[in-house]
Design a protein around this ligand. Structure first.
Ligand SMILES: [Mn+2]
Length: 360
């Protein structure tokens, strides 16, 4: 019998590359782990996996379609042309990653699926899907809905949070616009127009978890910056909510839900549990999005995995205090009765004498 497995990763937020054309540092890049990921892909094409049936599932936010370079004009207007261009820049900015993905897809029995997240919403455009399929081969699939197979449920997870929820009945806006654009949720505007600006001065800003601890920390240690930033985000929120624009849609309920969620630690444990309880035939739920890996036995034979993220993290939670980068992923194996078993794994790679660290 052929060995069969699925490997699930998420939240790489691959950008346009770490260095800009003029030689300066691209402070909007989050992905510095091209080499370990290339090794990871090679590992699953060699040895026992060479002739195996291996599916790589990139479960959302694999690409960063929201904002690649500091000098982009109107970065929040995501037309098809803009997203195609950004996808090409991402491929150009990380040539080793995309060459390795191409080799992976070319290996017999190996396939790649991209599932939609909120940072890679450019995947909604047929033009972007075509760029990826042209590059990686016809066998590559792009999936805009939760992916369900053999009792496994895989979804990015953004749709359970009001700030990053897309409207599936209205992915695009067209009214009073020269060409259609993606109907972005509030959180995407914040990433593009607010976080990007703060990151210029505080490169660690988007890496700190959990946010509520950071707000307290910043109020004590960076008081003026914290107060200015909090006022800034409040003003931006009001502007988005009360000033109409053909490029945005929002509702009063969304605003209320976002305000309700602000103080809550983002967590998908309850959602996963609900799916496992309601659906008798689902035995494994895999999410990403929250950037915190999880591996939980919800009940005998039923598990929840969150694949975490492959970016640097600055944790202020006393249980995991400090800077860390962990290459976590889900591995779905099949037993003799073709029943899937989910495991959370960490890619350690081969031993290296040296390693390049992110440049700021
Ligand atoms: Mn996400």
């Amino acid at each position: 019998m052929t060995l069969k497995c699925k490997i699930v990763v998420s939240d790489f937020h691959i950008g346009g590359g770490p260095i800009l054309e003029d030689g300066s540092v691209n402070y909007l890049e989050d992905f510095f782990y091209d080499d370990p990921f290339v090794e990871f892909l090679e590992y699953y094409c060699q040895g026992i996996y060479e002739k195996a049936d291996v599916e790589l599932i990139c479960n959302g936010d694999f690409f960063n379609h929201l904002h690649l370079f500091p000098d982009e004009v109107d970065p929040d207007i995501l037309t098809e042309k803009v997203c195609v261009q950004r996808t090409q820049w991402i491929i150009k900015g990380h040539p080793k990653v995309f060459e390795a993905l191409r080799q992976f897809a070319k290996t017999q029995g190996h396939h790649i699926i991209f599932i939609l997240g909120n940072h890679d919403c450019g995947l909604l455009w047929p033009g972007v899907q075509k760029v990826l399929m042209d590059y990686l081969g016809e066998g590559t699939r792009i999936h805009l809905e939760p992916l369900i197979f053999d009792g496994v449920y895989v979804e990015h997870g953004n749709n359970y949070f009001a700030d990053s929820l897309f409207n599936p009945r209205r992915y695009f806006l067209t009214k009073n616009l020269p060409e259609p654009i993606i109907n972005l949720p509030w959180g995407c505007f914040v990433v593009i127009n607010y976080s990007s600006k703060v990151r210029r001065r505080k490169p660690y800003f988007s890496k700190v978890y959990p946010m509520r601890h950071y707000i307290r920390w910043a109020l004590i240690h960076e008081t003026l910056f914290a107060i200015k930033s909090l006022i800034g985000i409040a003003v931006y929120f009001i502007k988005l909510r009360f000033f109409r624009s053909p490029t945005r849609r929002s509702s009063f309920f969304t605003t209320l839900n976002i305000l309700k969620e602000i103080s809550i630690d983002q967590n998908l444990d309850i959602v996963a549990k609900r799916i496992l309880l309601i659906h008798q035939n689902i035995s494994l739920v895999i999410f990403g999005h929250t950037h915190t890996f999880r591996y939980k036995q919800v009940m005998p034979g039923k598990r929840y995995i969150n694949t975490g993220l492959w970016n640097e993290k600055l944790n202020l939670d006393p249980q995991e205090l400090g800077k860390s980068t962990r290459f976590t992923y889900a591995y779905v194996a099949y037993d003799d009765y073709h029943r899937p078993q989910g495991f959370l794994k960490e890619w350690k790679g081969t031993h290296k004498v040296t390693r390049d660290l992110p440049l700021y």
